[in-house]
Design a protein around this ligand. Sequence first.
Ligand SMILES: Nc1nc2c(c(=O)[nH]1)N[C@H]1C(S)=C(S)[C@@H](COP(=O)(O)O)O[C@H]1N2
Ligand SMILES: [Mo]
Length: 389
Amino acid sequence: MERRVTSRRDALRAGAAVVAGLAFLRLDRLVDAAPLQPGEEVVPWLDRPAEVPPPAQSIIGQQLVWEELDAWITPTDKFFTIAHFGPPTIDMASWNLDVTGLVKQSMTLTLDQIKARPRQEVTFTIECSGNTGLPFFWGGIGNATWAGTPLAPLLQEAGVLDSGKEVVFYGTDVGKEKIRDLEISQPMARSMSVADAMNPQNLLCYEMNGAPLDAGHGAPLRLIAPGWYGVANVKWLDRIEVIDTRFAGHFMARDYVTIREETRDGKPVFTETLVGKALLKSAPARVVKGGGGYKITGAAWGGSVAKVEVSVDGGPWMEATIDEGMGSDFTWKFWSLPWPNATPGEHTVTSRATDTAGKVQPAPTDPSIATKKTYWESNGQITRKVSIA
Ligand SMILES: Nc1nc2c(c(=O)[nH]1)N[C@H]1C(S)=C(S)[C@@H](COP(=O)(O)O)O[C@H]1N2
Ligand SMILES: [Mo]
């Protein structure tokens, strides 16, 4: 790929030999996820996301615009936000984090105490499990470098008792819910098993992309749980409680529940499962027209992506080139495929990812997608429409 050799890269190569190792990796990434080269232009998709309806406008912010995807790290001010109950106002003078419940020693930590603990970073692509499941919600994904202190040592210090089974993470944002005649107010909360919570990747995060976490993304503190759908990454965190049973809060048991109508012995059976860990997925990002013809670029995420293929107009699958280099199983990978023989007229572009275990991103007709009655976990193959002049 000639295009990768830029004068910027050459300048860097000539310059900083000492930092070359890291710098080249980063630059490869930058170049591959490049802003448009001179003479290149984006061919906009014909299918457009719908307007976000008023009730959802206060919940969803800053959706990713796929045609503008040109940076592997999503800038914070362009990183989508979800706030089910609206962003809370937090009084930093009184804020602290409680670690409590079935632990030997409850703890209360100030932000300074949390920041004084060992610092760890992870680059992690967060996708909302509702992303691409609704006509107006196609941009609920972003990739950032998060920093904070690992959760596991803190839980170890508190000392989870043998009776402790589940770790519940509470936000400070409170919503009202009516259950039969009862109206309750409760903070956004999610839980995971003690084993999942102890994953050394999990962070109590106070920094995003090298800056203090901003209000929209959960300041002063949020959970970052790499490998999980967005909803598990509780923002505006102020309490962690260990309990001895499954937690059945709103976002565990009533919302973010995937319902499928399956068949058992010829009879319909509704299965209801909890949105949890991320699922394998890919999407075409944009079609670019350049001097040498067209190319299709996109992203793949939600596991250990080994292969991405593209089908034009439902034709044979063509293997795209994945941009290896930086990144991990927790981040999206960018891919591209030249489309030299694009003919004038309307076309469809579909992508599918395969992971290292050989699992393929399901087609919309696959039972895992086709039997789904709810819109969460919409990881089926995505088809976009484009018109070539
Ligand atoms: N406290 C709290 N945490 C929350 C939410 C919320 O509404 N309140 N939304 C969740 C959902 S559904 C998603 S997809 C992610 C989105 O993270 P982001 O806003 O930083 O993109 O935050 C999660 N954490
Ligand atoms: Mo979400």
